[in-house]
Ligand binder design. Structure first.
Ligand code: ADP
Ligand code: MG
Length: 356
């Protein structure tokens, strides 16, 4: 072969390769564009919070309508304020008679009771009489008297909630259940299952403080969820990367009222009947189960950092990030692996806790 021929061949090969890369790039771009065109997003108000569903799928709009319908269906069963909900019917028949309930309500009572027992009662589905006494249910906030709380606390034992054969029964008059600390997590699991069942491989669901990421972003990287700075609504303490996981935050900084210069928030310590004062500003749970993440975020907030870390060491199955009143951001080992801390500018310090 003479030099000319070799050069010519080299040139063709080079051209061929550029052509190939260009074509690949163009195809990639087309795919990206198509995925962006398939990006559908809608915001609605349900379960007392703002929900945003982002679904990457050619039938995204219809799928979001399906998702919103599922949310309504669950809200109609589980709301404590809607008169015809299963929860309202159960509460109205407290101390009187068992009430026939739907399967989802049954599942939530069962799961709520089991997980509640695991947390040693820090999560308590029967806490409603006390939550009501503080005015959080009807949004008529006031500090109850100690006598009031003393009379109500004996009515908050989840063991007195009987669920069997498609019915639920509260054994004492004056008892009531409140599934506000678990419903949104459960709803996120139901909607994620519904969408996955219809072929969705990429979506992010935000139900107030409850987020669920299906698969990854269209470009294949993980979904990112900001960890809110509890002291500043416009700021965040870092980013959590997730794939087929839920991220749920509970904190005293979102729903609270003030009386005589003191703040009272909506997460109650079932032992005292008072808003939990455990030294935490927020607890964020990362888990494959939105239901568990919702329960544990509330329960671990009640427990405080030390007990919460013991609970994590004992049970595992989830990861957690705590923001403390002392200005620390504390992540469990598995949470550390998917968390990029960015709170130094706001005087937060960061620490990781290893699994024993
Ligand atoms: P949010 O619903 O604001 O996202 P949480 O998931 O932490 O926050 O749930 C708080 C809600 O759960 C309260 O508004 C109340 O209805 C209920 N709740 C309060 N304290 C407890 C508790 N110790 N156990 C179970 N539910 C609780
Ligand atoms: Mg919760």
């Amino acid at each position: 072969m003479n030099l000319k021929k070799i050069l010519a061949l080299g040139l063709t090969a080079a051209l061929f390769f550029t052509g190939c890369a260009e074509r690949r790039e163009a195809a990639q771009q087309m795919l990206e564009n198509q995925k962006m065109e398939n990006r559908h997003e809608a915001t609605s108000f349900a379960m007392d919070t703002i929900m945003t569903f982002t679904v990457i799928h050619e039938d995204g709009d219809e799928l979001i309508i399906d998702a919103e319908q599922e949310i309504r269906r669950l809200e109609n069963l589980l709301s404590i304020t809607l008169e015809d909900s299963d929860v309202s019917k159960i509460n109205a028949a407290a101390g009187k008679e068992p009430v026939k309930i739907e399967k989802d309500t049954m599942t939530l009572l069962e799961t709520g009771k089991n997980l509640g027992a695991m947390t040693g009662g820090a999560f308590d589905i029967a806490i409603s009489p006390v939550v009501k006494a503080w005015g959080f249910t009807e949004e008529e906030h006031h500090v109850p008297t100690q006598a009031e709380l003393d009379a109500l606390l004996p009515l908050t034992d989840a063991d007195d909630v009987i669920h069997e054969k498609g019915t639920a029964y509260l054994q004492k008059e004056g008892m009531a259940i409140d599934l506000g600390g678990i419903t949104k997590g459960y709803a996120s699991d139901r909607v994620a299952a519904l969408l996955k069942g219809k072929g969705v491989e990429s979506a992010i669901l935000s139900l107030g403080g409850n987020v669920y990421g299906i698969g990854t972003k269209p470009d294949g990287t993980k979904w990112e969820v900001a960890l809110a700075n509890p002291l500043d609504a416009n700021d965040y303490c870092g980013l959590i990367s997730i794939e087929d996981q839920a991220v749920v935050t509970s904190g005293g900084y979102q729903r609270y009222f003030e009386e005589n210069g003191k703040k009272y928030h909506h997460i109650i310590d079932p032992k005292t009947g008072y808003p939990a004062e455990s030294g935490l500003l927020s607890v964020t749970i990362i888990s494959e189960s939105g239901t568990e993440a919702d329960v544990f975020s509330t329960a671990l907030f009640v427990m405080g950092l030390e007990k919460a870390l013991d609970f994590w060491q004992e049970y595992g199955g989830f990861e957690a990030i705590f923001v403390t009143e002392a200005g620390e951001v504390v992540a469990t080992e598995g949470a550390d692996a998917c968390f990029a801390f960015e709170g130094r500018d706001n005087d937060f310090t960061y620490r990781m806790v290893e699994r024993k």
